[in-house]
Design a protein around this ligand. Structure first.
Ligand SMILES: [Zn+2]
Length: 159
């Protein structure tokens, strides 16, 4: 790694820290020639994932878009931006690990729901109503029921 100050290529690492949810490593370095200190980031090269939308068009998976969609569903709930970022990081990681080159927006919605389920009932229901586009009250009740029975199962395993 070339020193930004003197272009010398030998440096020593002072500190290494995981960054970006563990997918990159931040290194604090010191040039062996001039003692200049600088920071480098090392990250795994990732393949862009395309998202197939309901209307048939495709776009590149965009974390910020998913976050803003979730933010609307989670307004006035206990789910803050930090949690939403974690949720979307998790989704992106799963997509990358699954080596998927294409995913549908509905699948991303389901993955987000899966994560919200453990965090906030209100946010889960609101997001489900948007993503699954409830067809009438029965759909809504069915989602609510499935949420409740899974909660009970979780409780049962804890007890
Ligand atoms: Zn230097």
């Amino acid at each position: 790694m070339q020193c930004p100050s003197c272009q010398n290529t030998d440096s020593r690492v002072l500190e290494s820290r995981a960054a970006d949810a563990g997918r990159s490593v931040r290194r604090r370095r010191e040039c062996l020639n001039c003692d200049y200190r600088f920071t480098t980031y090392e990250r795994v090269e990732t393949v862009p994932i395309s998202v197939l939308k309901r209307n048939g068009s495709k776009e590149i998976f965009n974390k910020n878009k998913v976050i803003s969609g979730l933010t609307r569903a989670c307004e006035k709930t206990c789910v803050d931006t930090e949690k939403l970022e974690m949720i979307v990081d998790e989704i992106e990681l799963k997509l990358q690990q699954g080596n998927l080159k294409e995913v549908s927006s509905a699948e991303i919605g389901e993955m987000a729901l899966e994560q919200l389920k453990g965090i906030s009932e209100v946010a889960y229901i609101r997001f489900a109503s948007v993503y699954r586009q409830f067809h009438g009250i029965n759909d809504f009740v069915a989602t609510l029921e499935s949420f409740k029975s899974e909660k009970k199962e979780q409780l049962a395993t804890v007890l």
